[in-house]
Design a protein around this ligand. Structure first.
Ligand code: NDP
Length: 272
């Protein structure tokens, strides 16, 4: 049976084994998928040990996504643009690093929420690892505008510079939270503020009528950001759909078949 795993530290909380087991059952693929706790100073060794045991691929989560870039012998375009790897493929040619987080977010917005990105005004709050990973997949859908707002403006400006050369020229712009202008059709919270139950300092006017507000974080109850967005008329999505969709992208990469995600998402939601 082909073997896969997710590396992280901590890892006990990971929902990936449940998600991939459900995908495997649904598609009739025979595979095993486990959690692997890698020592903080031993990620590369842990990966090599898994390959030696016959592992075919792996997911990578906090805090190893940057280290996985260095470990990979080849990177996909989107992994290089993200500067982070969340999916590894162990092939005869070596270790290939990919990043499916951004594709997961876009799939959740376009397919699950039914909201087109093309021609829309998109506001991305935050410029950390999660934000950087979604910029290229969003730009590939040709939004009218993508504004990246961050507490540390220089970090957002660096992203704009990077992505201007990757098809974002004239579309992508940076600013601080206090300088956000206009209203947006899609507002994505990729800051870590939700982890400490804080609202990024935005005003209600950022939400255009009928806007979609998506928080990358998920939990049993709506985040402070989603509560705020809901009070100002936005449609709401948390990050659970992104999680399931990034897993589906990884599964398709490994197995060549793209699973259906709706039932898996509903089952996970019921267990939150
Ligand atoms: P990083 O630490 O790389 O980046 C954190 C970002 O949040 C920075 O832009 C930082 O700004 C900003 N920030 C932190 N605290 C505050 C605050 N109090 N107010 C405003 N901005 C703040 O984290 P990640 O990018 O890895 O993760 C961000 C979020 O995305 C987390 O909630 C994480 O759980 C979620 N996530 C969800 C995924 C999913 O599949 N659903 C996948 C990956 C991440 P500054 O630059 O100024 O420090």
């Amino acid at each position: 049976m082909d073997r896969y795993c997710v590396f992280g530290n901590p890892i006990a909380h990971s929902k990936s084994p449940d998600i991939h087991a459900a995908f495997a059952a649904q598609t009739g693929q025979h595979l095993a998928y486990e959690r692997r706790l890698a020592p903080l100073d031993g990620f590369a060794d842990a990966v090599r040990a898994f390959i030696a045991e016959g592992g075919k691929g792996a997911n990578v989560t906090v805090p190893f996504k940057l280290e996985a870039v260095k470990l990979a012998q080849a990177l996909t375009v989107r992994a290089r643009a993200a500067g982070a790897v969340n999916t590894l493929v162990f092939s005869e040619d070596g270790i290939i690093g990919d990043n499916t987080d951004g594709a997961g977010l876009v799939a959740d917005i376009v397919q699950n929420a039914g909201v087109a990105i093309t021609g829309k005004r998109v506001l991305l709050l935050g410029a950390g690892g999660a934000a950087r990973g979604v910029v290229l997949p969003i730009l590939e859908h040709r939004p009218a505008q993508l504004v990246i707002a961050n507490r540390t403006v220089a970090t957002a400006e660096a992203l704009v510079e990077q992505f201007a050369a990757l098809g974002g020229a004239g579309v992508v712009a940076a600013c601080g939270f206090a300088d956000i202008e206009g209203a947006y059709d899609i507002v994505v919270n990729a800051t870590a503020a939700s982890l400490s139950a804080e609202l990024p300092p935005i005003g209600p006017s950022v939400f255009a009528p009928g806007a979609l507000a998506l928080d990358m974080m998920y939990g049993a109850s709506p985040t402070v950001f989603l509560q705020f967005a809901g009070q100002h008329g936005a449609r709401l999505r948390d990050g659970l759909g992104m999680l399931v969709e990034q897993a589906a992208e990884a599964f398709a990469l490994w197995r060549g078949v793209h699973p259906q995600t709706a039932d898996v998402l509903n089952t996970l939601r019921a267990k939150l």
